[in-house]
Design a protein. Structure first.
Length: 124
C-alpha cells in the first residue's frame, strides 16, 4: 500500500512538505532554571528561556511507505519546522523530535498500517 495522505500546504521540515496530520497542537512553554519561595510566600522564578514551542503532530493512520518517508525527516539532531503558530502566524523554528511512536496493525490483514502515530517537535 502506498500513500493515503496528501501533503500539507503549511507544515514543512527543512522545506519538505509533511504529510497532512489528522491534527496538531502548539504549546508555548517556559524553561526554568530555578524557582524558590521566600518566607513571605512569594515565588521567585529564574528563566533560561520563555515561550519555547512544542508542536505535536498526530496521525490516525499511516502506511508503511508514509512512515518510511516521515521518520527520517524527524530523526535528525535538528531540523527547521514550518507551521502555523497562534502568535506569529506562519513561523519556522529549529527543533528536534523528542518522541515518535505508533501502533502497528497486523501486517497481513491490514497491510502494515500504523495507528495513533505522534511526533513531538520541541524548539531548540
Amino acid at each position: 500500500m502506498g500513500r493515503i495522505r496528501k501533503t500539507s500546504d503549511i507544515l514543512k521540515i527543512d522545506g519538505v512538505p509533511l504529510l497532512s496530520p489528522t491534527s496538531y497542537s502548539v504549546s508555548m512553554e517556559d524553561l526554568e532554571l530555578n524557582s524558590t519561595r521566600t518566607a513571605d510566600g512569594v515565588l521567585h522564578r529564574d528563566y533560561a528561556r520563555k515561550g519555547m514551542r512544542k508542536v505535536s503532530l498526530s496521525y490516525d493512520v499511516l502506511t508503511q511507505q508514509e512512515m518510511e518517508e516521515l521518520l527520517p525527516l524527524v530523526q535528525k539532531d535538528s531540523f527547521q519546522l514550518t507551521y502555523l503558530d497562534p502568535q506569529y502566524g506562519l513561523h519556522t523554528i529549529s527543533c528536534y523530535c523528542a518522541a515518535q511512536g505508533g501502533q502497528l496493525s497486523n501486517a497481513v490483514l491490514y497491510q502494515g498500517l500504523y495507528h495513533s502515530v505522534t511526533l513531538d517537535c520541541i524548539q531548540l
